[in-house]
Ligand binder design. Structure first.
Ligand code: ARG
Length: 371
């Protein structure tokens, strides 16, 4: 069936087939949330964000919105339909019977919250208290898709309780040190416990019939088991990247570009025993190029490896952040046409080009790439 912009249809089975319809996040009203166990574990110990919270400075919000709007226009000019979320008031505190937090996070990045698998969009459980209600930013869009597309399955994973039982107290110190963090990551001792299923959508990569899920800070083993039971027609694979002291969200670590080709962060290599399914099926896993920057921009959660957080538009075309010259050069060598997109000043809002989007429709069907 041919996609038409007049007709809403939700469908996306992988990270690379031709993109037709996408959600691009907004920086409106984004907050640096107050301290909470899972978030503290993630903020690097030498970060400029430690110990402060509140609404982000207006000039940074305006600048990030300018870049996100430009990115949306760039995609539209290429024929992609782009929808935008409607920001809720993130200054509102959240109190449930189990926890309280004084503010929320933002409506960036959508990739963390929404997992599109085929005709379904699944709202992730999330694992930070400040992101518990983040799905509300996307509800106007999901409501519209549900009304317009009779095949669309709008699903939400069970909301987690996020009591203190969900977090290992060992991670609460701000003086753990990178060495110990690396050791803990190697031992698969992460900040989240196995109290209940937890996952963020951005820990999942879609390869047709196979879903590859990172076990780390934001997704626990029960979360992966929940996904396995929820998608009984898929094979769900658990992966780890031991070189990452802050393992959250897979998309600055492992980046599929097209069938048969994946970029892997050279500091966070996929362990040999987890490579088998790729090698057996002739997939190549290549080290990604180095980032162009030595440090992330101010007030940023992510590392410089957002360089590899690219958005694939089709198996021959990829959006790369404009300043990431080494990444662009590597893409060129790999035979990809590069579309330059300026986004660095929006990185602080939660991520790069893959993070700040969520798939609504890509061409193609559910293929078995690893028979
Ligand atoms: N953990 C990654 C890094 O700092 C950032 C991933 C951001 N991805 C996302 N979907 N928000 O290298």
């Amino acid at each position: 069936m041919v996609w038409s912009p007049e007709k809403t249809e939700v469908k996306s089975w992988n990270e690379w087939d031709t993109l037709r319809h996408v959600i691009v996040g907004r920086a409106d009203d984004c907050h640096i949330p107050p301290e909470e166990p899972a978030l503290d574990a993630k903020v690097p110990e030498d970060s400029d964000m430690r110990g402060q919270w509140g609404r982000r400075p207006q000039e940074t919000i305006d600048r990030a919105n300018e870049l996100l709007d430009n990115f949306a226009d760039q995609l539209r000019k290429r024929g992609v339909r782009v929808d935008r979320p409607v920001s809720i008031d993130h200054s509102q505190p959240v109190t449930t019977p189990d926890f309280h937090t004084d503010s929320q996070f933002g409506c960036m990045p959508p990739r963390d919250v929404l997992l599109t698998v085929g005709h379904e969009m699944l709202e992730a459980t999330m694992s930070y208290r400040c992101r518990w209600f983040e799905y509300l930013n996307y509800r106007p869009l999901l409501k519209q898709y549900w009304e317009e597309d009779p095949k669309f399955r709008h699903e939400a994973a069970p909301k987690p309780r996020l009591t203190d039982e969900d977090y290992h107290p060992d991670y609460l110190s701000d003086k753990i040190g990178v060495e110990k963090r690396l050791k803990w990551a190697e031992e698969k001792f992460f900040v989240t416990t196995e109290e209940e299923p937890l996952f963020d959508a951005a820990d999942v990569l879609r390869f047709g019939k196979d879903l590859v899920v990172q076990h780390g800070f934001t997704t626990n083993l029960k979360g992966i088991e929940w996904l396995r039971r929820h998608f009984p027609d898929h094979r769900v694979h658990t992966v780890n990247f031991p070189g990452d002291p802050y393992p959250i969200h897979i998309d600055a670590t492992f980046t599929p570009l097209r069938p048969g080709l994946i970029l892997n962060n050279p500091q966070r290599r996929l362990p040999e025993e987890q490579r088998e399914m790729f090698h057996k099926n002739g997939w190549e896993i290549v080290d990604s190029a180095q980032p162009a920057h030595n440090t992330p921009p101010p007030l940023c959660y992510s590392s410089t490896w957002l360089s590899m957080n690219v958005l694939v538009l089709d198996p021959k075309t990829v959006c790369v952040e404009k300043s990431e010259v080494y990444q662009a050069e590597q893409m060129d060598k790999l035979g990809m046409e590069v579309v330059e997109v300026e986004l660095r000043d929006a990185y602080a809002f939660g991520g790069g080009l893959h993070c700040c989007t969520a798939d609504v429709y890509r061409d193609g069907d559910c293929e078995d790439y690893f028979p």
